[in-house]
Design a protein around this ligand. Structure first.
Ligand SMILES: [Zn+2]
Length: 208
C-alpha cells in the first residue's frame, strides 16, 4: 500500500512531467504492464474528476495502466454512485489518496451559473440532477455580489464546488470516515488549469 503523502508526490511529479511535455506514457502502458495487471490492480490514487475531454486524469498526471482509479462525471459532483465507487476502491485495493479534480472553465459550473441567472424551461431532468448538486456552491457566491464579475464568479465557483465534493467524501461516508481515522486515508481537492496544464492542490494539503 502506498501512503497518501507518497501518492500525492507521485501525482505532483507526473503533472510536472506533463507540463514539461516529457511524458513517460509508453513506458508505463506497454504490453508488459498490461500482462502484469491481468491478475490484480493496485491503483495508488483515486481521482474523482470532471468528464471534460480536456482533463483526462491519467494524461494530466502522466500515469499509466493500473495507476489510477478514476471516476469521471460532469462537474466532479458527488452522488451516491460516486461515493460508492470511492468506497469500493479504498476498501478493496487499499488506495489511500482520493483527489477531487476540478478545472478552470468547467462547463457544469457555467451551466449552473446560467441556470441560476436565467432559469431555463424544459431542462432535462437528468441534466438538472447535476446542476442541482453544483447549485449550492454557486448560490452562496451570488449572494456575496460576486455575480457582477463573471470570470471571478466562475473561478470561485469551481473552487467552492471542488471543496463541496471533498467535504461530501470526507464526511458523507461512514466507510471513508473510518478509513481516514484508522488508516490515514486522505481526501484532497485540486484544480487543473486548462490554460497552463498545471494541477494546483488546495492549501489544506500543503499545511498538513
Ligand atoms: Zn468540467
Amino acid at each position: 500500500m502506498i501512503p497518501a503523502r507518497e501518492a500525492l508526490g507521485r501525482l505532483r511529479e507526473g503533472n510536472r512531467r506533463f507540463v514539461s511535455s516529457i511524458s513517460s506514457e509508453e513506458r508505463i502502458s506497454g504490453h508488459l504492464r498490461r500482462v502484469e495487471l491481468v491478475k490484480e490492480q493496485k491503483p495508488f490514487a483515486i481521482v474523482l474528476g470532471c468528464s471534460d475531454a480536456r482533463v483526462p486524469a491519467e494524461i494530466v498526471f502522466d500515469q499509466g495502466l493500473g495507476d489510477l482509479f478514476v471516476i469521471r462525471v460532469a462537474g466532479n459532483i458527488v452522488a451516491p454512485s460516486q461515493v460508492g465507487s470511492v468506497e469500493f476502491a479504498a476498501s478493496r485495493f487499499g488506495t489511500r489518496l482520493v483527489v477531487v479534480l476540478g478545472h478552470s472553465q468547467c462547463g457544469a459550473i457555467l451551466a449552473t451559473i446560467e441556470e441560476l441567472q436565467r432559469p431555463a424551461e424544459n431542462q432535462s431532468r437528468n441534466l438538472r440532477s447535476i446542476v442541482d448538486r453544483v447549485r449550492p456552491s454557486v448560490e452562496g457566491l451570488l449572494k456575496t455580489g460576486l455575480g457582477l464579475n463573471h470570470d471571478a464568479l466562475v473561478r470561485c465557483a469551481v473552487r467552492a464546488n471542488v471543496s463541496a465534493s471533498v467535504n461530501q467524501l470526507r464526511y458523507g461516508s461512514e466507510v471513508l470516515e473510518e478509513l481516514s481515522r484508522s488508516d490515514d486515508l486522505l481526501v484532497v481537492g485540486a484544480e487543473y488549469s486548462l490554460e497552463t496544464g498545471i494541477v494546483e492542490f488546495y492549501d489544506d494539503v500543503k499545511s498538513s
